[in-house]
Structure formats: C-alpha cells, structure tokens
Design a binder for this molecule. Structure first.
Ligand code: UDP
Length: 350
C-alpha cells in the first residue's frame, strides 16, 4: 500500500491512497452541497401573474424571485396524517383518475362587492379553463352588482352560474366580518344539497394551472404561501386573549390562508356556523381581531384539523417571502400587487 506524507502543524501524518481518495471525495461533496444551497432559481418563462396583469414580467425577474431556495420542499403528509396536496404528485394523479369517473358536482363561491367587480370575469374564465375541467361545477357569485356579469361569461357543458344578491355595505371591514354569516345563510337558503363539495375563494385571484379532483376532501384548507415552512412563532394567530379567535402559544400546526378553503357542503356549513358565532360573540363584546375572518378560520382549523391540506401551489403570489412551489396554480392578483414596491404598483396599475 503506498503511503503519502502530509505536513500538518502538529507534525507529518501518513495517509494511504484509499484515504486520500476518500478525503478528496468528501471535499468534493461538501463543495457541491454548498454551491447547490446558494444557487438562485432562474425562471425561464414569463410568470403567469404578469400575464394576468396584462404585462410581461421582464425587468421584475431579478428583484423579486432570486432570493428563494433552489429546490422546493414538498412534504406529502401533515403531522396528523392528512394528505398534503401537490398537484403533480403521484397521489394527486391517482386521485384525479379515481374521481374523474365518478361525476362530482362542486360549487365555487366568491363575493364580488363594490370595486372587486373588476376581477370577476378574469376569475371565471380562468376557472373555466383550469378548475375541475370536465366536472359539474356551479359558480355562486354573491354580489351587489349583477350587471358586472353582463354579458354573461361563456361557460362549458355542465357548468353554470348562480348570482346571489347581497346588500352593499360601506367599508370592506364590514364585509370581512359578514362573509362567514353570508356563507352560512347561502348554504342554508340556496345551496343546500345542490352540490357535494363547496369551495370559498377570493375573487381577486386567477387560476393559472390545473386544479383538479386532488383538492376534494371532507374539510380542506390551504397553506399560506408566505408562512409555509416558517417557524410557529411567525404565524399571525390572534393573540388578544379576550377574543374567541385567540390561539395559545402551544397551539397551531400551520397558518392557513382564507383565499381558498372548502370541503363537503355539510363540513363547510359547520365551519361557517361556528365562525359566525365566534365573530358575533366578539362583536357583542367589542373585541376587534387583527386578522379578521382569517383569524376565526385558523381558530376553527385548530379545533377541527383539516382532512386535506392544499400546498401553497393553490394560493400563491410572487413575493420575496412566498415559498417556492413546483407549479403555482391559483394566484392572488390582489396580494401580488401588495408585494410590489410603490413604483411597480404604479407601473402595473395596482
Ligand atoms: N371583497 C369584495 N369587496 C370588497 C372587499 C372584499 O368583494 O370590497 C371580497 C372579494 O371576493 C375579495 C375577498 O372579499 O377577494 C377578500 O377580500 P380582500 O382581498 O380585501 O382580503 P385579503 O385577501 O386582503 O385578506
């Protein structure tokens, strides 16, 4: 066996050829790993958000995206054993095939009040392309302005639109407190057993990639893209002890967004009823929560853990904080605008 003499500060050491090769290999691995961690992602094509805003991302690429990690983390299960959904996973492909044969009727419900009317057509036409393609879908639009849907958006076979009138109330905070109550009333008075599954969505969003049967579950919540993978102490749970949305320090697995949640109609009715009660209780006691409706939603989902958790692919916008995901599927145009600096906001007419 040939030996090499290495001069070290503590004196010369004898090293065999095999040991030399091993050390070189370990050094190579270390360098490779460190370089991989540092690599910034390069996005090849124009981002859909900028198509949605009617612009090409062009100059924005470097400033917003490059700080994120190269490889998205995609855990497949929550700590309590519920499925964590990524659209292109093998499990999702299997679930799409499984449900596709069954003919499921799903409702998609959104509020369109005041200035948000400008989002409704883009939202619906993107849902026609990407939301449960080929399945029976009823859109429930709760609006103070039915004329925003004239002329009607063209819908595919087995797809229909129901417009439900709601009274306009000045101030968006009022609506934020009323949405759960209106959802409860609408399920009771209008939706009933018309659909099997029902999903609530913010209207200032756009589907940019397929969202299929993989999202169907009893109680479904979506991970907030800017808080996915972040430590528990960064979650903006309600900290006001007098509030019925209060979350103690030892509670809460994830922070969920209110941009998309749903499940079986019966489950969603229960969720809306409990959240409405908590909201009314706080209002009666003069308690104001920080995160409005989202605080109550998160409180409810701690007590009733979702059976299906959607990854941030299903609620995403391009910001320095948003988790990198394999395929953004539902993008918030409103939050996207918030993530831009003042100059970009003007440029994109946010
Ligand atoms: N919304 C509306 N009119 C308003 C405010 C809100 O129709 O004046 C509806 C709309 O569907 C919107 C959703 O409520 O997408 C959530 O409101 P917002 O986007 O302001 O809440 P955020 O996403 O910022 O929490």
């Amino acid at each position: 066996m040939s030996l090499f003499l290495l001069k070290m500060p503590a004196g010369p050491i004898r090293v065999s050829r095999v040991q030399m090769v091993l050390y070189a290999f370990l050094l190579f691995l270390l360098i490779y790993f460190l370089r991989g961690r540092k690599a910034a992602i390069g996005v090849q094509s124009s981002h859909p958000v900028f198509h949605a805003l009617g612009k090409d991302r062009g100059k924005l690429t470097t400033s917003v995206v490059n700080v994120k990690a190269a490889v998205p983390q995609t855990p497949m299960e929550t700590p309590w054993g519920a499925q964590l959904v990524w659209g292109d996973s093998r499990k999702s492909v299997h679930r799409r095939a499984q449900f596709a044969r069954q003919g499921i009727h799903t409702g998609l419900l959104a509020f369109v009040v005041g200035t948000y009317a400008k989002f409704v057509r883009r939202f619906l036409s993107s849902a026609e392309t990407y939301f449960l393609p080929g399945q029976m879908v009823t859109y429930y639009v709760l609006t103070d302005n039915a004329r925003s849907l004239e002329p009607p958006v063209e819908l595919g076979p087995n797809r229909r639109l129901k417009v439900i009138s709601v009274a306009e109330l000045p101030g968006w905070e009022k609506l934020a407190y009323r949405r759960m109550i209106l959802l409860e009333e609408t399920i009771k008075d209008t939706i009933g057993n018309e659909v099997e599954y029902l999903y609530c969505v913010d209207i200032d969003q756009e589907f940019v990639a397929p969202v299929g049967e993989e999202i169907l579950g009893d109680l479904v919540a979506t991970l907030h893209p800017e808080l996915f993978g972040m430590p528990r102490n960064s979650f903006p749970f309600e900290i006001e002890k007098d509030s019925s949305a209060f979350v103690a320090e030892n509670e809460g697995d994830f922070y969920y967004t209110s941009e998309l949640y749903g499940g079986l109609v019966s489950e969603l009715y229960r969720l809306a009823r409990v959240c409405s009660m908590l909201i009314l209780q706080d209002q009666a006691n003069g308690v104001l929560v920080k995160g409005l409706e989202e605080s109550y939603l998160n409180r409810y989902l701690i007590n009733h853990r979702p059976t299906c958790v959607l990854s941030p692919e299903y609620s995403w916008w391009d910001s320095a904080l948003a988790a990198d995901v394999p395929v953004p599927r539902l993008v918030s145009l409103g939050r996207q605008c918030e993530a831009l600096d003042t100059q970009k906001k003007e440029e994109f007419k946010c």
